[in-house]
Each structure stands twice: as C-alpha cells, then as structure tokens.
Design a protein around this ligand. Structure first.
Ligand code: SF4
Length: 328
C-alpha cells in the first residue's frame, strides 16, 4: 500500500518556471511513490485576497498547467479546496482545541499582519488550523515540506496531538517529508520569481515571449562590457542554465569567465534551452485547453473522491467529540 501525501497550493493562475522547478516537478515525481492528494487552496487565498474577480480563472489556469506538467488524475486526487466544504467544518472543530497563543506567535501571521495592516482578518490567525484540517481530513501520512515550512507542520502535529489527547485517538499525526524546493530567483535577480514582481517566465508563454523576457534578465553586474570576463556564480541566467541547459553548464561557465561568450548570446542560449525543455508541456497544454470540460471534470471527480475520505474523517471526529446524537 502506498502512503498518502497531501499538499496544497494557492490559486495563482498560470504557472511560471519558478513554480515548475520549485514545486510542480516534485509533485509529479511524488505520484510514483505515494497516493497523492493535491489541492488548490482557494479558501486560504481569501486571507489576503479582497478582489476575487479572477479567482475562478486562476483556478482553471493553474489546474491546466498542472495537468500539462504531468499531474495525473488517474494517480492522484486533484481538486479545489472549497469543493469539499467538510474542511471548513473540521477547521471549526479544530479551532476549539487550538490555544490562541499558539497561533499568535506564528511568524507568518506576524509578517502578514505587517504587510497587510488594512486587512488583518480572523482567517489569517486561523490559517494554521485550516491547514491542519486540510492535511488530516484526507488522512495524509506525509506532507512534503521545505525546511522553512517545518514549523508549520509541527504546529499541525501539535494540534492533532492535543485533539487526540482530549477526545481520544482520532487523527493521524502527519509526518514531514523534507523536500528540496529549489528557490528560483526572478529575471531581475533580486527576489524569488513571482508574478507580483513581474520577473517571471510563464510555462505557457510562446517561444517568442519567452525569449523576449529572458533577454531582459539581469546578469553579472560587474560585467559592463562584452570583453569583461564574467562571474557565472553570481549570475542568475547561469543558475537557470543549470536547469535548462544542464549538459552545457561547464562549457558556459568557462566561456563566461574568459569573455568567450557575451551575455546576449548566453541569454539566447537559455531561451533556446527553456523553449526546448517546455515544448512537450506546451503541446500538451494546447491539447488540454482545447477541451475545457475535461479540466472541470478532473476537478469535479477529484472533489468527489476527496469528499468520500473527508466525510469518513469528519464523522469520526464528531463522534469522538460527542456531537453525534444517539436517538432512542
Ligand atoms: S555570459 Fe552568461 S553566465 Fe556569464 S554573466 Fe553573461 S549571462 Fe551570466
């Protein structure tokens, strides 16, 4: 029996190469070893989203990209969080056993409260409780996390332990699967690649758009003239070559250091590498996009399968909490 993995990601619309290198390729690989439950967490998105006009489109585009990248509904349950409302009920039940102090000391809550002072909502504080509900509702044994997310999972484990101690063994304590989620810097080389910084390359971009964006990338700042030797170790274009032109990395490094290649040609080479690597993805995406009904069917079927597990878990939790009335 394969063990069950759960992971959720916010609906961020069309995915970019940073998302692919940093997360999606991992999710695809995990499908071979685990029963995976992957969820687009639209309710979590509401903690920082006041305008929801693009929400449904973002969910659709994200699912489309994930399917084109290799997430397989025959191997995994792929669904949207709010399509299984049991998660909100479990969130409420878990909130009764979660001390407020635990939540107020979470660093991401403090950061969010600082970054969106106009919208410090109740959902922000309860975010770790909803995250715990996401994981345990689907009886996940394993959660892939980066090192920085370990404290969040530990908090989920503490909530589970507290619930089980009060109401008896009910939930599995999820284990962390420490996973490397490579941090991909954006084309400006300053922040993590992200749409909000407009420093990204969409997976679904055309080859021309891809090349155009890559040509704007910041390189080694010390390399002012074509004849200056470069320092690939400080250049973000070079880092991207490691993903998209892996076999040519030693050659590119040597040519950069001796000014044998200029940054313009080096970026053209990167654009070729990205376009070649993404060609099968783009082809598959075109095929899927021609049949939107299929994408919605994947989401509906995923929600149906997820809900079967969710109802079982929720019933057990309510029984253990004394919420199920025994009629004479
Ligand atoms: S030649 Fe390539 S690796 Fe070297 S600084 Fe320019 S873009 Fe970066």
């Amino acid at each position: 029996m394969k063990r069950r993995v759960f992971s959720g990601a916010r609906p961020t619309g069309r995915q970019h190469i940073g998302n692919y290198i940093g997360a999606i390729q991992n999710y695809v690989a995990l499908q071979e070893e685990y029963n995976c439950v992957y969820c687009i967490v639209d309710i979590h998105a509401l903690t920082s989203l006041e305008d929801t006009a693009a929400l449904q489109e973002n969910i659709y585009e994200m699912m489309l990209d994930c399917l084109a990248a290799g997430l397989d509904p025959k191997k995994s349950i792929l669904f949207v969080q709010s399509d299984v409302p049991e998660v909100m009920e479990l969130h409420t039940l878990l909130s009764m056993v979660t001390p407020l102090g635990w939540l107020l000391r979470v660093p991401t809550f403090k950061e969010k409260a600082r970054s969106q002072p106009q919208n410090v909502n109740y959902g922000l504080v309860g975010y770790p409780v909803l995250m715990t509900a996401d994981i345990i509702l689907y009886k996940a044994e394993v959660v892939p996390v980066g090192e920085d997310q370990l404290p969040h999972l530990e908090l989920a484990r503490e909530i589970v332990r507290r619930f089980n101690a009060i109401f008896g063994p009910t939930f599995l304590e999820p284990q962390a699967k420490l996973t490397s989620f490579p941090l991909v810097l954006g084309l400006n080389g300053a922040q993590k690649m992200g749409k909000s910084y407009d420093n990204h390359v969409e997976l679904a971009a055309t080859p021309e758009e891809t090349a155009k964006r890559i040509m704007t990338a910041v390189t080694d700042p010390a390399r002012q003239y074509r004849s200056d030797p470069g320092h690939p170790e400080v250049c973000n274009v070079f880092k991207l070559h490691q993903f998209f032109n892996a076999s040519r990395v030693p050659e590119i490094a040597a040519e950069c250091r001796t000014a044998g290649i200029g940054c313009v040609d080096c970026k053209k080479l990167l654009a070729q590498g990205v376009n070649t690597a993404l060609a099968p993805f783009r082809e598959r995406r075109r095929e899927l996009a021609a049949n939107p009904r299929l994408i919605y069917e994947v989401m509906n079927d995923g929600a149906r399968r997820a809900q079967i597990i969710a109802r079982e878990t929720l019933t057990a939790a309510k029984e253990h909490m004394g919420l199920v009335r025994r009629q004479a």
